[in-house]
Design a protein around this ligand. Structure first.
Ligand code: TYM
Length: 354
């Protein structure tokens, strides 16, 4: 462009012919058991809502599931079920890459490379590792449980990921992934995109129904503490009816009412109504009213999802075809990233790799 043609600095810009690059998004759930309402509100629901604005990749992270002892048949069943849930909640396989981690060996390949730039102290400080080994008994704790965040970093970095939508409990792992990427880039030259965690404003940390100071999780031995995505309406209503409450009777989300705050948070996440609006609607009502309404709301939300899960599980050939195609598309991105990382660190040693 000559000077005469140049627009004045504040003239409106002509729309660029190049489409704006959508952020690459990567996330996953580990198939250690049936998913909970916490997984749905902290992760899955947000993946579905945002899928059209981004370039999305979602993985059933089954390599992660073997860091704790799990029956092989159960792991296979859970893997299929989580994949069916991805589809049932509304992830569109025409738009998202959906695949199973163990079908893409680049994940474990890159994890080994990243082992060399991750420090023992960093892994040892991870809250989740400390929680899982809280009884102080390290006997029987697999090395995989300690190294788990390295595999998670590999998952994310393989795809040049910009954003990682997760619940609050995974933020620390994504931050470690950033540190590892920055360190590797600094030592060996620009290789990885440095990702950022994306945490939902509502629903990032759904708490246990029996103890609002603990996160809702499927590994809790008390089945009354969590709602599973597979729970039927009667079970859901019973679990919510038995959920612990706080002293007093007002329905308010205040620091002295962690149990009611949790129930209001679930209601807000499911209805999209802000918590103050819900508090207003419950003025003069009892805790029981909120529990009853929530029972209906959760059951109604999960019913269509459960029906679709059953349909996908009834057609394993279709499910496998979707996941095979996803794995193929994933490998087309992951392969070159792993090759570049290996070249940078000296493992790609042949003349052609230089
Ligand atoms: P996982 O399988 O424990 O949980 C899957 C997702 O659900 C979120 N979540 C919750 N959100 C709100 N309230 C809760 N009570 C709750 N419980 C779980 C988690 O934050 C997560 O987003 N390490 C990961 C899986 C993983 C991964 C990855 C995630 C492996 N590689 C790469 C993102 C990117 C995990 O164990 O999540």
């Amino acid at each position: 462009m000559t000077e005469a043609q140049a627009s004045p600095p504040d003239a409106p810009r002509a729309p660029s012919a190049e489409p704006k690059k959508r952020p690459r998004v990567f996330s996953g759930v580990k198939p250690t058991g049936t998913l909970t309402l916490g997984n749905y509100l902290g992760a899955l629901r947000n993946w579905v809502q945002g899928q059209r604005e981004v370039d999305p990749i979602f993985c059933v992270v089954n390599d992660h599931a073997i860091t704790i002892r799990i029956d092989p048949e159960e792991l296979r069943r859970n893997t299929r079920e989580v994949a069916a849930i991805y589809l049932a909640v509304g992830l569109d396989p025409e738009h998202c890459i959906l695949f199973v981690q163990s079908d893409v060996p680049e994940h474990t390949g890159l994890a080994w490379v990243l082992n060399s730039v991750t420090y023992y102290g960093e892994l040892h400080r991870m809250t989740q590792f400390k929680d899982k080994t809280a009884k102080g008994k390290l006997e029987g704790v697999s090395a995989g449980l300690l190294n788990y965040p390295i595999l998670m970093a590999a998952d994310i970095l393989l795809y040049n990921t910009d954003e990682v939508p997760v619940g609050e409990d995974q933020k620390q792992h994504v931050e470690l992934c950033r540190d590892v990427a920055i360190r590797f880039n600094g030592l060996f030259g620009e290789t990885f995109v440095v990702p950022k965690p994306v945490i939902p404003k509502v629903g990032a940390r759904i708490m246990s129904l029996d103890d609002p100071t603990r996160k809702m999780e499927k590994s809790n031995p008390n089945a009354g503490s969590y709602i599973l995505l597979t729970d039927g309406p009667d079970v859901i209503k019973k679990k919510l009816a038995r959920a612990v409450t706080d002293s007093g009777s007002e329905i308010l989300a205040t620091p002295d009412k962690p149990a009611i705050t949790n129930l209001l948070t679930i209601a807000s996440a499911l209805t999209g109504k802000p918590i103050p609006q819900l508090q207003e609607a419950y003025v003069g009502k009892m805790y029981g009213h909120l529990k009853k309404d929530l029972g209906e709301l959760v059951s109604e939300t999960l019913k269509p999802i459960q029906e679709k899960v059953a349909t996908y599980l009834a057609d394993p050939a279709q499910l496998e075809a979707i996941l095979d195609r996803g794995a193929e598309r994933a490998r087309a991105i992951a392969g070159p990233t792993l090759a570049l990382a290996k070249k940078r660190i000296g493992l790609g040693w042949k003349a052609a790799a230089r």
